[in-house]
Design a protein around this ligand. Structure first.
Ligand code: CA
Length: 525
């Protein structure tokens, strides 16, 4: 009898699945609070077989570069061709899985929040970058769970090295939101640069009273701290020379953290979070003029690439490269507003917008012996997927608390299966709390658009426009620069299905609402 009850339950489940599935939405909802994913039983089995052969829990290293463009790395069309060779990042891609459809958020803070919480920033409230001395009125972290927190509760040693930029008030720094330890700075490169470069910021620096007042608003130090302890000053960032060295300080700390974890025989979770190549770029000793382009941004790319090479060499030297999942990405598209101190994208728009140039970023997954070398895929990947994927690699994906909706999808089988495809059906794009666009298969469909008619003023002089009756639709294969909307002309067949995906996505806010932490701009609608 019991057997039959189980059989009926399974049949009911399967029937429900098939009723839910259609061409536009082949996903399956497993739990109320988890984003539905596309089931791939064969590749799941291949992934599980590979994982079962591991002798130890794997390490996870996320390399996060700030504001680097999709086109800056050689294998993405940059490198030598644009005056800044990237041999180490190219090697990582050649020996791993190069993703061509990785999506970040349009700016720093939201992207970082998404990677760490697995959630669309509208849900965590971290919807835009915090500015000089600004701290959210409500601590978003009080009701968020970071990957670091969950892994640290499950035998991992967790750390972040480098840029934070997710709030600096009490309860908001890394060692207070789940990281076992960290070394870095609370804010962003440009915030420290504005106090030290009088050529760029004369109206601040050459007015002593103003400078003194604004300096009081920002902690200009590299800090370090451990969970449960106070943060201590490692060194100040009080001049260009000190600012130019920060990425070397962060690299040294990452190397030390990895070595200590291996010595303690503990699996680690580390986010190596570069300060570069966010403006204003000042390279450390030996890098000035090192790139063929010999301009600061390009020299900074060369320095970043060297550090990636150093970290990878350390994994080899310590013989842990076969036990470490590495994922390299950028937190948003290049900042075109700060030219020539910004990166390159072949796509429309840049940082700050939801055109492809703002949100489509490099994504390279590497795991020696586990991810087949030389793979390249245009499968959809949202950087918030690194939340689920990291937990899955650590074998604790079932430890995700049910209190929050998780927008991330577990992509471990996409990574590990030799012919793996993405488990994600669509990517949803926002500007702050406003829904903007969706990427589904090779189509990008905008419901609201960024008007960037002022050239290279994506952040400083753009507006958001509503569309007319027809959504703006681009076939990203045929029109990767999103130049000629073809909504009702060629995509009539797809609009109802895609609108259904958006409606289902927006419906999740009924049970799991957006969180307002006070980052809404005064005067804005
Ligand atoms: Ca950024």
């Amino acid at each position: 009898m019991k057997k039959y009850i189980v059989l009926f339950a399974v049949l009911a489940f399967v029937t429900e699945i098939s009723a839910q599935q259609n061409y536009f939405n082949p996903t399956v909802k497993v739990k109320e609070y988890l984003e539905p994913a596309i089931p791939h039983p064969d590749q799941d089995k291949e992934m599980k077989d590979k994982m079962s052969k591991l002798k130890k829990k794997p390490n996870i290293l996320i390399i996060l570069i700030d504001d680097m463009g999709y086109g800056d790395i050689g294998v993405y069309g940059g490198g030598v061709a644009i005056g800044a060779p990237t041999p180490n990042m190219d090697k990582l891609a050649h020996e791993g899985l190069q993703l061509t459809s990785t999506y970040a958020q349009p700016t720093c803070t939201p992207s970082r929040a998404a990677i760490m919480t697995g959630r669309i920033p509208a849900r965590s409230g971290l919807t835009r970058p915090t500015l000089t001395g600004e701290n959210p009125k409500v601590n978003p972290w009080a009701s968020e769970n970071t990957t670091a927190k969950i892994l640290s509760q499950n035998g991992y040693k967790s750390a972040i090295s480098g840029k934070w930029h997710l709030g600096e008030s009490k309860g908001s720094l890394p060692n207070e939101v789940g990281y076992d330890e960290w070394l870095g700075f609370g804010s962003v490169q440009s915030e420290y640069a504005q106090f030290v470069n009088e050529w760029i910021y004369p109206d601040l620096i050459n007015k002593p009273e103003r400078l003194a007042a604004i300096k009081k608003m920002v902690d200009q130090n590299i800090l370090t701290g451990k969970k449960g302890g106070e943060n201590k000053i490692v060194q100040p960032i009080s001049n260009i020379e000190e600012l130019s060295k920060v990425d070397q300080v962060f690299a040294n700390y990452s190397e030390d953290f990895i070595r200590r974890s291996v010595k303690e025989n503990k699996p680690f979770y580390l986010i190596h979070s570069f300060s570069k190549v966010h403006n204003d770029n000042y390279v450390s000793e030996g890098y000035k003029g090192k790139s063929p382009a010999a301009i600061p941004y390009k020299d900074a790319i060369v320095e970043v690439d060297d550090i990636v090479g150093r970290l990878m060499k350390l994994l080899q030297d310590l013989k842990i490269d076969e036990n470490t999942l590495v994922f390299l990405t950028s937190d948003n598209g290049p900042n075109e507003d700060v030219w020539p101190d910004g990166g390159y994208t072949p796509f429309r728009g840049g940082k700050g917008t939801t055109w492809e140039g703002g949100v489509r970023v490099p994504g390279i997954a590497y795991w020696k012996g586990m991810i087949a070398p030389g793979r390249i895929s245009d499968g959809l990947f949202d950087i918030c997927d690194m939340f689920n994927t990291s937990l899955s690699a650590a074998g604790v994906v079932d430890k995700i608390p049910s209190s929050n909706y998780i927008d991330g999808v577990d992509q471990l089988s996409f990574f590990l299966s030799d012919k793996g495809v993405s488990n994600r059906n669509a990517v949803f794009m926002y500007s702050e709390t406003k829904f903007m666009a969706i990427r589904w298969q090779e189509y990008k469909v905008h419901m609201n658009v960024f008007n960037t008619s002022a050239t290279r003023r994506n952040l400083d002089q753009s507006t958001i426009q509503s569309i007319g009756m027809s959504p703006w639709v681009y076939n990203i294969y045929a029109d990767p620069k999103e130049q000629l909307s073809q909504g009702h002309r060629y995509f009539e067949w797809g609009i109802p299905g895609v609108m259904g995906l958006i409606a289902a996505h927006l419906a999740t806010y009924q049970k799991y609402p957006m969180k307002d932490i006070g980052l809404k701009k005064p005067g804005a609608e």
